[in-house]
Ligand binder design. Structure first.
Ligand SMILES: [Zn+2]
Length: 81
């Protein structure tokens, strides 16, 4: 007998259009930020994060991922997905 824990993932998505860094052609990307609600996902003070805390953190994480995509987005011509 064992117990299966199902940890809920909290996610935020944003679709962006950004120019390819090589040729300037517009590419569309779905950028996501997600964190799992589980006992190991803890705050700086060592307490498990609540759903509310995760939801507060996700916009900043999403913003970071959007910036990264804008700096690195390449179109299919350059072998990117
Ligand atoms: Zn390109």
């Amino acid at each position: 007998m064992y117990t299966t824990y199902v940890f809920r993932s909290i996610e935020r998505k944003e679709r962006i259009k950004t120019p390819c860094v090589e040729c300037g052609k517009m590419v569309t990307r779905t950028v996501t930020a997600s964190q799992t609600l589980n006992p190991f996902n803890v705050t700086a003070s060592g307490k498990p994060k609540t759903e509310y805390q995760i939801r507060l953190e996700l916009p900043a994480e999403l913003e970071k991922n959007v910036k990264w995509q804008k700096k690195n987005a390449k179109c299919k011509a350059h072998g990117d997905r």
